[in-house]
Design a protein around this ligand. Structure first.
Ligand code: BES
Ligand code: MN
Ligand code: MN
Length: 456
């Protein structure tokens, strides 16, 4: 039985594979919200049962947070590990969804057939591409291509707090020749790609307190310090007029692009006008002396993700609030040290506090950037397999997002990660009306079959 037979089986299985994905999408496995703890557990159970049904020895493994799903099957070189995450982002704002986020459906749109629902693209649809490829392989060939380990996580969207200890405790079991991570996208929604650079992430939350209670802004306005005014000044001072970030020492460890990468990226001819145009924008807003691709792949950022305080309800209230809050994140590149930047940021903010204001900080995620060595002998065959499926040469690209586990595979297990995914720029991951194109799902499954064939 040849690769073509496996590909044909994948085509035949597509309706059933879609039904399985819809089932998984119905489980609201929102990892960050404790109200959905049982649902995360149910999603893990669903995956264990699905893997067991195709003959993989899989089990749910407890952690202090949501469980991991680990499965093993097959033998022989190479040992391939497959990673995906079954947790999803919260759905709010719910009123911007056209349907219940956890009542997924297949829809025909003017841009083709899509699977709509929370987690369709990030990451349930993507992780099922791997499972479906292996299911079809086993059905057709009667055996597995090589030794395979499945490693599915339920905390990726909340910073993977249990991952490091779990990987350390189970290092011997999880060590593989390569770790395939299916959680990234195509380049410009059409070119298959292997991601070789991921940005790191540092999350900080701050609360500035002035008076010990909310005040009447007539009675106290003018004499009392307003913490929102102080917070606004902090936020406004994080970038200079050229878009550079002002936190002292922030750029330590930020490398310049190698000439080779610069030339490669030039060759990709990224259409930033269309990338921005799709979301109603036109002007690249990062450091002014950088190209658009550098801004999203190889330069660090600072963004305010949320800011609140005072009265924001309907109508109007003349309040002088006691507290002001913000959530701020930094995307990191090269060898930027998240912990050093956290300290420097906090010192900078503390020094900006006027008399009578105090600031408190809360840690969120802190993970460095990671880079992948493409001279590993598995990369070129995998790239060729992707090119064959999509009928366009696959590209090595960067990724502006963060997938903390990629770096942990390298540092904890000594296993090189390979990041391949099929998401499109308009999938609306983390946003209302998330979708995954049927093309991504179908060709994604076929791509894995070709990669398995190329590597074994
Ligand atoms: N799958 C994404 C990472 C990603 C984003 C890949 C955009 C390709 C394009 C992943 O699930 C994610 O959302 N990561 C978070 C980090 C996490 C700690 C919440 C991110 O990048 O914000
Ligand atoms: Mn993801
Ligand atoms: Mn995500």
């Amino acid at each position: 039985m040849s690769l073509d037979d496996v590909l044909a089986r994948i085509d035949d299985n597509l309706p059933a594979a879609t039904d399985r994905l819809l089932e998984l999408l119905r489980i609201p496995s929102i990892s960050t919200d404790p109200a959905y703890k049982e649902d995360c557990d149910r999603a893990a159970d669903w995956l264990v049962a699905d893997l067991n049904s195709m003959g993989v020895e899989a089990e749910k493994r407890a952690t202090p947070g949501h469980p991991m799903v680990v499965g093993h099957v097959g033998e022989g070189k190479p040992h391939l590990l497959f990673y995906g995450h079954y947790d999803v982002q919260p759905v709010d704002p719910l009123d911007l969804w056209d349907r219940d986020p956890f009542d997924p459906e297949v829809q025909d749109t003017d841009k083709g057939r899509v699977i709509r629902g929370r987690g369709a693209a990030d990451d349930k649809g993507q992780l099922m591409t791997i499972i479906e490829a292996l299911r079809a392989w086993k059905e057709v060939k009667g055996d597995w291509p090589c030794r395979i380990t499945f490693f599915l996580e339920g905390e990726e969207e909340s910073g993977s707090p249990s991952l490091i200890p779990f990987m350390k405790e189970n290092a011997e079991e999880l060590k593989a020749d390569v770790a395939m991570i299916c959680d990234t996208g195509l380049f410009e929604s059409k070119t298959p790609a292997i991601v070789t650079m991921l940005r790191g992430l540092l999350g900080e939350e701050l609360t500035i307190t002035a008076a010990n209670k909310d005040l009447h802004s007539g009675m106290f306005g003018g004499i009392a310090m307003n913490p929102i005014r102080v917070l606004s000044k902090v936020v406004a001072s994080l970038h200079d007029d050229t878009g550079r970030i002002t936190v002292p020492g922030f750029y330590d460890g930020v490398p310049e692009l190698s000439e080779e990468l610069e030339a490669q990226w030039q060759g990709l001819a990224f259409d930033h006008a269309s990338f921005l145009g799709d979301v109603g924008l036109s002007q690249p807003a990062g450091e002014q002396d950088r190209t658009p691709l550098e801004m999203i792949w190889s330069r660090p950022t600072c963004d305010v993700n949320g800011i609140w305080g005072g009265y924001t309800g309907d109508g109007f209230k003349t309040v002088l609030p006691s507290q002001a809050h913000a959530k701020i994140s930094f995307r990191l590149v090269g060898t930027q040290d998240p912990f050093a930047i956290r300290e420097s940021f906090r010192t900078m903010v503390r020094e900006m506090m006027p008399e009578d204001c105090t600031v408190e900080f809360k840690d969120h995620s802190a993970g460095p950037a990671s880079g992948v060595e493409t001279d590993n002998p598995m990369f070129e065959p995998a790239r060729q397999a992707l090119s064959d499926e999509w009928q366009v040469p696959a590209a090595y690209i960067g990724c502006g997002g963060s997938i903390p586990i990629a770096g942990y595979f390298q540092t904890i297990l000594g296993t090189e990660p390979m990041l391949v995914g099929f998401g499109k720029d308009d999938d609306q991951i983390h946003s209302p009306n998330e979708k995954y194109d049927m093309e991504s799902f179908h060709k994604g499954i076929r791509s894995w079959a070709r990669i398995l064939d190329a590597l074994t």
